[in-house]
Design a binder for this molecule. Structure first.
Ligand code: NAD
Length: 323
């Protein structure tokens, strides 16, 4: 077989992808150093970028791919792929926006409930022989849920949280008032959302505009009883400021699935806090979502190997390829 697909970052879950790949040999690399990937990409036609940990696809890696045609991010996010370098080199970048939405929405709700009811600490306390010596939890009924980013996941969280009869506030500069009202929410600015919400849940992508969207000042606007949930990307929150706000109890609790550095460093002080529930970027790690997502990745990659590109995130490159 002449063509080669380089899978970076993970070498399991590949059966579901592999069954659709008829046009290329698959080579996997768990070593995601720039040096190793630059070597392996030399004769690859495409890359499947798996995001089990944080690592970049740099300009050097892209430029080392002598016949590289595409890079596919296995999930929604692609912020660590150098898009400019890809476009400059005529490399199409694609993502996989569907398949994982429901699992991430459900994980978000698990974190909301876990924090509101202090579930993890209650479990730890009970198995150690303790009995009801923890502080009181809170109800969600009639409280206010603030959603930052009203896209696929934000909407599915809202759809499910309506069962708790919560008031829904939404901050999303790119979604109109009517579209938010149709779904039972109210469009507000970020400051109002932070001041009025009992639960703040982040679902916007990582961009230059959203990096550190929630910093010291924004945390300062939140209620001391508020819970912050982040299943989007670690960089959206200033982690140091969050640590301070939680340790000084200026906000009540946080549920985090994502961190600035993944895997999270052992000396990250957030790991030591009592008022957090932390999960290892696993919101999509359900059998249902993984099977769906990996199958769709396989189908999309087989098309890309044959020159048909879907879910392209640097569409300007397609014009370039026509020339
Ligand atoms: P989406 O593109 O459907 O929705 C993102 C929404 O954020 C859009 O409505 C957009 O208008 C909005 N947005 C953009 N800039 C904003 C800003 N400055 N302020 C507020 N809102 C803004 O994406 P999605 O499928 O809902 O996924 C959302 C994010 O969740 C992804 O970008 C990804 O980083 C993250 N994610 C995490 C996991 C996980 O395993 N934890 C899995 C999938 C996705």
């Amino acid at each position: 077989m002449e063509k080669k697909l380089l899978v970076t970052g993970m070498d399991f879950l590949l059966d579901w992808v592999g069954q659709h790949i008829k046009s290329a040999e698959i080579v996997c690399s768990g070593d995601v150093s720039e040096e190793n990937l630059s070597r392996l990409v030399k004769d690859a036609d495409g890359i499947l970028y798996m995001q089990a940990k944080s690592y970049p696809i740099t300009r050097k890696i892209i430029e080392s791919g002598e016949k590289l045609r595409f890079i596919q991010s296995a999930g929604v996010g692609y912020e660590r792929i150098d898009l400019k370098a890809a476009t400059d080199n005529g490399v199409v970048v694609m993502n996989m926006p569907v398949g994982t939405t429901v699992s991430v929405a459900e994980h978000t709700i698990a974190l909301i409930l876990g924090c509101a009811k202090n579930l993890v600490k209650a479990h730890e306390n009970t198995v150690k022989g303790g009995w009801r010596i923890l502080g009181l939890g809170v109800e969600l009924w009639k409280k206010t849920l603030g959603i930052i980013g009203f896209g696929r996941i934000g909407i599915e969280v809202v759809n499910r949280m309506k069962a708790f009869e919560m008031n829904i506030l939404v901050y999303d500069p790119y979604v109109g008032k009517e579209d938010i009202e149709k779904m039972g929410g109210k469009k507000v600015d970020l400051q109002t959302l932070l001041k009025e919400s009992d639960i703040v849940s982040i679902h916007s992508p990582l961009t230059k505009e959203t990096e550190n969207l929630i910093g010291e000042e924004e945390l300062g606007l939140m209620k001391p009883t508020a819970i912050l949930i982040n299943t989007a990307r670690g960089e959206l929150v200033d982690e140091e400021a969050l640590y301070k706000a939680l340790s000084e109890r200026r906000i009540s609790y946080a549920g985090l699935d994502v961190f600035r550095q993944e895997p999270v460093e052992a000396d990250n002080p957030i790991l030591k806090l009592e008022n957090v529930i932390l999960t290892p970027h696993m919101a999509v790690q359900t059998l249902d979502a993984v099977v769906r997502m990996m199958n769709q990745n396989g189908i999309q990659i087989e098309k890309a190997l044959n020159g048909i590109y879907e879910n392209v995130v640097n569409p300007e490159v397609l014009e370039k390829l026509k020339k």
